[in-house]
Write a protein that binds this ligand. Structure first.
Ligand code: FES
Length: 567
């Protein structure tokens, strides 16, 4: 029988009784009574860091979780793991996501924990926490930071980070000057919490709620709202019940719950990054998600949420409109209602428990009968340029560019891009396709969010162009941007064979991405490529380069995917 509390996962001395005696002696130094030390231990994984502004409220939120744990009869013990502040990491937070997941898995399986509350929010943190918790497979509930509130500049509402990009684009086009962009800077991220639009952080919070790994409504409550603290308290309480029921991620997360999460991703018009994260999370449990599944679900899922970067509103408006529970009610006929949640109830039971009427007074969430788009928020593209697939956020793209052929203007690396994109002599026209190579999982490394290639400065007035790369794009960005091309250029993908002047066909209708170059010419170019050398270097950089998988496999490490998987 599995032990509980401090008797769980004892340090090895070859004498279990001594190990327990020693552990309890040291636990006494925490200052708790014997009664407290006998309760189930609820770990609070706190990703607070002064280098993660989005988690600035976590000290107060962790106290709320503790209140809930005490009320329900548990002993809350808070501990840190690596925190990933999206904009404070080089080369990219994505490169550290798997490292964070390993930290989480190891600490959850090494310490005497009966259940855990996973506190995360900033882009890669919730995925990494859940990947680690799935591998550890101990009772776990996710608690999101919650989104930021909006700021204001000269009467205009601003929110990170769609408006950061919009203002920067205006500055690049010369529409505003240095003084104005400097003034706007202080208003773009005005409170604690994650980016205030439907970027990756908010998308992942919604997706985790849809997976059943979070209490209902938890994704959208603003970080600084009192309701966020009450939600934290309730999560702490529930963690104690989950410990008693031994309700583990592997019991909650099934093919059905991942399909629910994909439905929600599509209905909210969420970030493309969520596809990679969901694939990686599923892979930890031996569940295979692929782009064809996403594309099939996309055909029959309406887009209901009118949030930036594609729409008009911000996360705080989504919260006031009722948040994800309203979306779930509206797409209920499309969901697997028998999927279990952290509460011990199924999603269907949860939705049936509320007396639901569509909140007709608001415009942020559309009713399923009058969607923003009838289907196809995200589409998967295949072809000789993306044999394992690529992704386009159709809802954020320009329809006039959906089915077009263009001349490639190639940048061979991120360095090449930054050197030449604004060169007045760059040979580029508005109808050309901008192609970025060597920015994928290996080439980037870490798939930086560079897929949103800036429009060359010389093309004044051009607002969108077809852009193709093996990189990712921030969930807060928009445009006709083809991402996650797999296999990537750095491992021999056809993307690396594209040359400036080649013709490329994009057909969103046919879900096709083709390099219109003769197969023999491609073979000739392939033969000229330098051989791929084995990873060199040391430490985490070496580990990463040696074991990272391609985007269509979630960019996880090969040795971290579940052995149970049967792809
Ligand atoms: Fe943390 Fe956007 S920078 S969520």
């Amino acid at each position: 029988m599995t032990e509980h509390g401090f008797a769980n996962r004892l340090t090895e001395y070859g004498d279990r009784e001594f190990a327990l005696f020693l552990r309890r002696s040291f636990a006494q130094s925490m200052g708790f009574s014997a009664e407290a030390l006998g309760k189930p231990i609820i770990g609070i994984v706190n990703t607070y860091s002064e280098l993660n502004n989005c988690h600035r409220g976590f000290r107060e939120l962790a106290e709320a979780v503790k209140r809930g744990v005490w009320q329900a009869g548990g002993l809350p013990l808070e501990f840190p793991v690596i925190s990933l502040g999206e904009v404070f990491l080089s080369p990219s937070a994505m490169m550290m996501r798997n490292l964070m997941s390993m930290d989480v898995e190891v600490m959850l399986t090494a310490q005497p924990l009966d259940a855990v509350v996973l506190m995360g929010g900033c882009d890669k943190t919730l995925p990494a926490l859940l990947m680690g918790a799935c591998s550890a497979d101990i009772p776990a509930i996710a608690l999101a930071a919650g989104p930021m509130l909006t700021g204001s500049y000269h009467g205009e509402r601003l929110g990170a980070c769609t408006d950061c990009r919009r203002y920067w684009a205006r500055y690049r086009r010369g529409e505003i000057d240095r003084e104005q962009i400097d003034e706007a800077e202080s208003q773009l991220a005005p409170t604690a919490g994650t980016c205030g639009v439907m970027g990756t952080a908010s998308t992942m919070a919604c997706v985790l709620e849809a997976l059943g790994m979070m209490l209902p409504g938890g994704a959208a409550v603003p970080a600084v709202h009192a309701e966020r603290l009450r939600h934290g308290e309730a999560s702490g309480k529930l963690a104690v019940a989950m410990a008693a029921a031994r309700r583990r991620p592997s019991q909650i997360l099934t093919q059905a719950s991942f399909e629910n999460a994909l439905r929600v991703l599509l209905a909210i018009g969420g970030s493309t990054n969520a596809i990679i994260h969901l694939t990686a999370i599923a892979g930890r449990l031996g569940i295979h998600l692929d782009l064809k599944t996403l594309d099939a679900l996309s055909e029959s899922t309406p887009v209901l949420v009118d949030l930036k970067p594609t729409g008009d509103y911000y996360m705080e408006d989504f919260y006031r409109a009722g948040g994800l529970p309203v979306v779930l009610q509206e797409i209920k006929p499309l969901l697997h209602l028998d999927a279990l949640t952290v509460t011990g109830h199924t999603l269907g039971e949860q939705l049936a428990a509320t007396d639901y009427t569509f909140p007709a007074w608001q415009q942020v969430i559309h009713p399923a009968a009058q969607p923003l788009l009838s289907n196809g928020a995200l589409v998967a593209l295949y072809g000789n340029l993306a044999e394992q697939g690529a992704v386009l956020k159709r809802s954020a793209a320009t329809p006039a560019l959906f089915n077009t052929t263009g001349r490639a203007v190639v940048f061979s690396s991120l360095g090449d891009l930054s050197q030449r994109i604004d060169d007045p002599d760059l040979d580029v026209q508005p109808n050309d396709f901008l192609v970025l190579q060597n920015a994928g999982p290996v080439g980037g490394p870490g798939m930086p969010e560079a897929g949103y290639i800036p429009i060359p400065r010389k093309l004044t007035g051009v607002k969108d162009m077809v852009r193709i790369s093996d990189a990712r794009m921030s969930g807060t960005a928009f445009g006709t941007v083809v991402l996650h091309v797999s296999p990537e250029a750095a491992v021999g993908g056809t993307l690396g064979l594209v040359r400036s002047g080649d013709r490329i066909e994009l057909s969103v209708d046919q879900r096709r991405l083709s390099l219109l170059v003769d197969a023999r010419e491609l073979e000739r170019r392939r033969a000229e490529q330098p051989p791929i050398s084995p990873p060199t270097g040391r430490g985490y950089d070496w580990l990463y380069r040696s074991h990272i998988q391609q985007a269509h496999l979630g960019a996880d490490f090969d040795f971290l995917r579940s052995e149970r998987e049967n792809p």
